[in-house]
Design a protein around this ligand. Sequence first.
Ligand SMILES: O=C[C@H](O)COP(=O)(O)O
Length: 321
Amino acid sequence: MAPDTHPVRNPGTALDLSVVRGIRVNRSAVERRVGSLPGRRTVKKEWQAAWLLRAISCMDLTTLSGDDTPGNVRRLCAKAAHPLKPELVDALGIRDLALTTGAVCVYHQYVSTAVDALRGSGIPVAAVSTGFPAGLSPFEQRLAEIHASVAAGATEIDIVITRAYVLTGNWVALYDEVRAFRDACGDAHMKTILGVGELATLTNVARASMVAMMAGSDFIKTSTGKEPTNATLPVGLVMTRMIRDFGERTGHEVGFKPAGGIRTAKQAVDWLILMKEELGDRWLRPHLFRFGASGLLTDVERQLEHYVTGRYAAAHRQPMV
Ligand SMILES: O=C[C@H](O)COP(=O)(O)O
């Protein structure tokens, strides 16, 4: 299944400060709602495999390590194109699906390596950009980084915001920054990383989400994977409620990408349940939902193997991606 292309983009709106300042989040209500989610939709065994295949198709298979090499990136791309072992594909009866991950996500340095490795596969390359992960390099340098990654063939750009703008309530500066990044992206789709673990409150997360969408983000993304706290379900609930709210106000659909610390098939299913409950089935497809994850595919493959054979593969037989 070649990843869905993004049919429509979010053009954004003017910054509406009265909307942004009017947003307040009640943490205990959020926690109650998150606590009720697992009981709402038990995923039956036979459906579990289908949900895990969906998780693969929505995965930005990621490597963002200081020791990345061209060889690692090429191996990651091969895995993205063929995420499951051929014998597992046959046992699941999904050869015709031609399943791939949603994208491969790398540092700028490896965009051209990934583009070459994925040529002909239809799998997009996403680049983390704008001084990832802290986002504190000079502004012109951050813009230049976007231009360079787009020129190298990235069709998705994951930008990071200046967290200080959120922490000081400088919504105009945040809007202008994200808008400038969006302009620099051109036709590349932009995912805006909020760095939620550094935003102090859920109200800040909600307001930053709204400003990022007003400024034209195609996706909002929780984390870089480098903050002390990354993707959590309460934060996910707040961000998806903002996506719903923005959609109701403007008619624009914005995607969601939880990232950082998502390593198990069970976590993946929890996130898919959240999306289905909060935003509906349209947000279970790669044009509106992605996992940002470096290690998740390993466990998903392991669980699918268990589903098929009734036992787990020995750890040494499970390739690390
Ligand atoms: O954007 C993706 C994240 O950096 C991945 O984080 P992870 O390595 O914890 O899965």
